[in-house]
Design a protein. Structure first.
Length: 338
């Protein structure tokens, strides 16, 4: 067994620390069985690089799946298992002619749960459980301080994580990308760097802010609750008008750096201002980012079972069934599918 500390990081990515170093079985065992304090634990090393689909037309930008296959071939290993977010699995078959073929299977790992082909990805329920606990804690603090917390959670393309955490954590309201329709959605014309124009769907920010303030007023005026926690999916930032994304950096694929948007903080000011405008009163509204801590939490029992079964499925796919280019999935009571 051999692993890559850099995962699918592109060749062109600058090296950091021991990135790219091979991790062999004894090292895996040490990582898996010794906790951060030297005792038995469930921590795992997770420094793989999630990348977008390969661009094999630009050799200098060949990404790690080719390098990973090369490294495995040199080490005389015969199989590769990939996991993590969808960007890490795309393009595995679009390799230059003549590349030594090594069977590859993929395990669906992401806390966002935005996968087709499997109901729940391993890591999702652990993240939901972790974020729900934080939301409940914030709810108690909000009640004590008669305040509101606007919590931004991970989930760029789908609201599984934000909705799961909000429901489990008893949040007052949750808004995700799926909710931007009807009066909450508009359009604007965007001009690209090459001069081409396109129509982009955008959020009607005023309507969304109004929806949040409406919830606050109903809770306060009808239920006697001048406090609460509202969850916003980070993917809402993609729907902001261009005027509110000025100066926000983008990656090579045009995606905005959501971390730099600070969606929770942005909306906290807009909401506080609108609340005061409607009621004449001030209400403390605090924006927070939740998410990174959820990626490193001790795994939920279901995720342990699911991850273990998917691992068994990867072995069976490669060693027993000779499969290649498939994703391991489960259905029903963790019945394996490919």
């Amino acid at each position: 067994m051999v692993g890559s500390d850099a995962g699918l990081t592109p060749r062109s990515a600058p090296p950091t620390g021991s990135a790219g170093a091979a991790l062999r079985e004894p090292e895996f065992r040490e990582i898996l069985h010794l906790g951060l304090d030297g005792r038995f634990g469930r921590q795992t090393l997770h420094r793989t690089g999630a990348v977008e689909p390969l661009d094999v037309a630009a050799p200098e930008d060949e990404v790690g799946i080719l390098r990973h296959r090369d490294r495995a071939a040199v080490a005389e290993h015969e199989h590769v298992v990939t996991h993590r977010a969808p960007g890490s699995r795309d393009g595995q078959d679009r390799l230059p002619a003549g590349t030594k073929k090594i069977p590859v299977v993929h395990l669906p790992k992401t806390i966002d749960n935005d996968y087709m082909g499997i109901d729940f990805t391993f890591g999702y329920f652990t993240a939901v459980d972790t974020l729900a606990a934080e939301i409940r804690n914030l709810l108690y603090d909000a009640e004590a301080g008669r305040a509101y917390y606007l919590c931004e959670t991970m989930g760029r393309s789908a609201g599984w994580l934000s909705y799961g955490a909000a429901i489990s954590g008893e949040a007052s309201l949750v808004i995700s990308v799926e909710d931007i329709y009807g009066k909450f959605r508009g359009e604007e014309t965007v001009t690209a760097a090459d001069g081409k124009t396109s129509i982009k769907p955008v959020m009607n920010v005023a309507e969304v802010v109004g929806r949040i303030v409406k919830t606050m007023r109903v809770r306060e005026e009808q239920e006697g609750k001048p406090f609460g926690v509202i969850v916003l999916a980070e993917g809402l930032a993609e729907y902001l008008p261009q005027s509110q994304l000025a100066g926000i950096p983008r990656d090579d694929h045009g995606h905005i750096s959501i971390t730099h948007v600070q969606l929770g903080r942005m909306f906290s000011k807009l909401v506080a201002d609108e609340y005061k405008k409607q009621t004449g009163k001030s209400r403390k509204v605090v924006g927070l980012q939740l998410g990174y801590e959820a990626r490193c939490a001790a795994p939920h029992a279901f995720d342990i079972m699911l991850g273990s079964q998917l691992g068994v499925g990867a072995y069976r796919a490669l060693a027993e069934r000779g499969l290649n280019g498939v994703m391991v999935s489960v259905s029903g009571q963790l019945d394996l599918n490919y």
